[in-house]
Every structure is written in structure tokens, then in C-alpha cells.
Design a protein around this ligand. Structure first.
Ligand SMILES: Cc1ncc(COP(=O)(O)O)c(C=O)c1O
Length: 391
């Protein structure tokens, strides 16, 4: 329609700058250039065969209908069992909702919690969709700078200092996107304490649990029943395109989450839910643990390589598949640097400005969602590019 107008809220949803990088990478590939992709935030591995098999079997029946809004009871049972084994916590399946990805979980949780004008504290750098969705629901995301010294994570002190009479809650992810860093048990305890003192809500994004390399990931549910936990089959389980995740809510939010699921989605994708029934089988987990080991090796190669090239790195990131590297030794604008790396070295990365406004010009996110051979090739290309730049 000519003269049409989208809502102000939609206008304020920011695009991903990495899309520019991806579009340019594709154009270069079409011209015949070879590009090393370290910008992609999804595992390069295919869906594990047992999950694929379960999905195919279900499809062959041809009986693909909606499920209950909350999700298949059998899948919720399996997730509850997973929490018993992995975290030694008892979560009633009644509190578990199967959602279209963690993205679906995020919208249900925020729709359940945010009223007009409510302030929600988020991490900067952090996952950019959080701010956009808070604002879309009429809330006001307030990104707080998280510092390398705090492992790029929120602390109880930062939360307490930032809290105003408009603040309603806090969101964080551990391991984090874009930094791959985790909260320590003490940090998590302090975060929960600070939020409870202000009678706020806490949304803990645990989507990268499973992809942790040095120590166990702690679920916020181990310390409190009163938290909202997001998780997904996308990352550790390698099912990004199946669009399946889950949300665990406190007792008081069960009815609201149910009504929101019904209205927003009717249900999560049915085939994906049946496929995911195999996600927790021993056979599947064995494949996933091998992949996790591979990610760990990749992390080590990339971390050592970037350090040797002169990138500023902090503690080795403990999880996810990202390294957030300070590139001030080479540039004062990481976005321009990302474009240069792509153009002249054929290496695609994600610029810091996709993750917030606290010194984004200093950082690039490298994703090790590609093979060790490609990572080595990427490092070699960056080395040559830097040498040519200097010379
Ligand atoms: C921190 C974080 N949360 C949530 C999501 C959403 O993932 P999905 O909807 O695929 O489960 C992502 C995706 O990259 C993410 O990095």
C-alpha cells in the first residue's frame, strides 16, 4: 500500500549488521572467491542421525497436526528427566513449555512479564534480540555494560546499582553470546539475591548449556525455583532449523504461559517435537559429546591463533562457540575492520556493534562453527592481511 506506515515499535527493531557482511560474502563467493565463515552463530554439523530418523518416522505416518499448546507430554517428561540427571533439580513437566526455538521462549517469557514502561536490565554486549523484544512489548530494555573483569557477565552489584523504581527484571545468558563466557556459581548466587531483594524477575538464557568445555554449567534452577529458564534444541542438539526450544516458568506463570503459547503459536512444530524425543537417547548424546569435544579443540586452535596474531583476548571463553576479540591493535573501528577482513582476507566475522553500544568498535566476534582446517586457513589469511597492512 502506498503511504503505508509500520508501527513505531517495529521501526525501532534494529537489523543485524552481520547481514551486510553475509550479503557481501555471498556476492564475493558468487564471483568465485573462497570465504572462511566465522560469522555464523549455528553449528555446522548436520542434525544427529537418530533425531533425523525419529522425525522421518513420524512424517511417514502423515499425521501432522498441532500438539497441545504446552508441547508433547512425553517430551516435557524427557526434559524434566534431563534436569534431574544434569542438574539434580526436580522440575515438574507442568512448568515446562515447548516453544518454537529459544526465540519463542523469549517472546512468551517477556510477554508474560513486561508491562508498558517496565525497565528490563540486559547485558551489553549481549544477544541483541533481547532488547528488541522487550521494547516490542512496550517495555524499556536498559543494557548495562558488562566488563571483561567480570567475565563479561552481570553481577549482583551492577544490578543493585542500576535498579530504579521502573525496573522489573534482569536477563542474561551464560555462556554468553557474543563472548562465550560464563557466570561463576558465586556470581549467579549474587545475581539471584540482588533480583530477589528487588522482587524482580530473572530470565536465565541457558541455550549454550551443553556446549561448555572447562567446567559444568550451572542452571539458575539449581539456586531458585522462581526463575524463567530458556533453552533450545538449536545449539548443543544441533537442530537450529527445526525451530524447537523450551521455557521453564515458576508456578505463578504457568497459566499465563499457556495462554500466551495458545495465542502466539498454537503449538511448537509437531515434527520437530517428535524428532526431539530422540535427542536425549544415549546414542544421540554420544554423538553430541563428540561434537562438543570437537568444538573445544576448535576453540583452543582459534584462541591460540588469535592471541599469536595480537588480538586482545581475556580468559579463554568457557562455552558456546564464540571468541570476542579486541582488535584495537589493528583498528579503531571493528565494523570497518570486519569489512576489510572480508574484502582482503576472505574471512567473515561479526562486528561488535551487533551486540550493543559499550565499546563495540573495539571487538569482533569469531564463531568457531567451521572445521579446524578452515579456522587455520582463516588465521593464515588474517596473518597475511595484517602483514600487508603494516608493510
Ligand atoms: C543467547 C541466545 N539466545 C537465544 C537464541 C535463539 O535461538 P533459537 O531460537 O534458535 O533457539 C540465540 C541464537 O543465536 C542466542 O544466541
Amino acid at each position: 500500500m502506498k503511504g503505508g506506515k509500520v508501527s513505531e515499535r517495529a521501526e525501532n527493531v534494529f537489523p543485524f549488521y552481520v547481514m551486510d557482511i553475509m550479503a557481501r560474502a555471498q556476492a564475493l563467493e558468487e564471483e568465485g572467491r573462497d570465504i572462511v565463515h566465522m560469522e555464523v552463530g549455528e553449528p555446522d554439523f548436520a542434525t544427529p542421525p537418530p533425531i533425523l530418523q525419529a522425525g522421518k518416522q513420524f512424517l511417514e505416518l502423515g499425521d501432522v497436526h498441532y500438539t497441545k499448546a504446552q508441547g508433547l507430554p512425553a517430551l516435557r517428561e524427557k526434559i524434566a528427566e534431563y534436569y534431574r540427571c544434569e542438574y539434580q533439580v526436580k522440575v515438574s513437566p507442568e512448568r515446562i513449555f515447548i516453544t518454537p526455538g529459544a526465540s519463542g521462549a523469549l517472546t512468551v517469557a517477556l510477554a508474560a512479564l513486561v508491562d508498558e514502561g517496565d525497565e528490563v536490565l540486559t547485558c551489553d554486549p549481549g544477544y541483541p534480540c533481547n532488547n528488541n523484544i522487550v521494547n516490542l512489548f512496550g517495555g524499556k530494555a536498559r543494557p548495562l555494560e558488562v566488563k571483561p573483569g567480570d567475565n563479561f557477565q552481570m553481577t549482583g552489584e551492577v544490578i543493585s546499582q542500576a535498579w530504579t523504581n521502573k525496573t522489573r527484571g534482569v536477563m542474561f545468558a551464560s555462556p554468553s553470546n557474543p563472548t562465550g563466557t560464563m557466570v561463576s556459581p558465586a556470581q549467579l548466587r549474587d545475581i539471584i539475591k540482588a533480583v530477589n531483594e528487588h522482587q524482580g524477575f530473572l530470565i536465565s538464557d541457558e541455550i549454550y548449556h551443553g556446549l561448555v568445555y572447562d567446567r559444568r554449567a550451572i542452571s539458575a534452577l539449581e539456586m531458585s525455583e522462581d526463575v524463567f529458564v530458556l533453552n533450545s534444541f538449536s545449539k548443543f542438539f544441533g537442530m537450529t532449523g527445526w525451530r524447537l526450544g523450551w521455557l521453564i516458568v515458576p508456578e505463578y506463570a504457568v497459566s499465563a504461559a499457556n495462554r500466551l503459547m495458545q495465542n502466539l503459536y498454537i503449538s511448537a512444530p509437531t515434527t520437530s517435537q517428535y524428532a526431539a524425543l530422540s535427542a536425549f537417547d544415549a546414542e544421540t548424546l554420544k554423538i553430541l559429546y563428540q561434537r562438543r569435544d570437537e568444538f573445544k579443540n576448535r576453540r583452543d586452535v582459534l584462541y591460540t591463533g588469535l592471541k599469536a596474531l595480537g588480538f586482545g583476548l581475556f580468559e579463554k571463553p568457557q562455552g558456546a562457540f564464540y571468541i570476542y576479540a579486541d582488535c584495537r591493535a589493528f583498528t579503531d573501528d571493528s565494523y570497518v575492520f570486519a569489512l576489510e577482513l572480508l574484502e582482503h582476507a576472505g574471512v567473515a566475522t561479526t562486528p561488535g556493534k551487533d551486540f550493543g553500544t559499550s565499546h563495540p568498535e573495539r571487538y569482533l566476534r569469531f564463531a568457531y562453527t567451521t572445521s579446524i582446517a578452515c579456522i587455520r586457513e582463516g588465521l593464515e589469511r588474517i596473518k597475511n592481511f595484517l602483514a600487508a597492512k603494516e608493510g
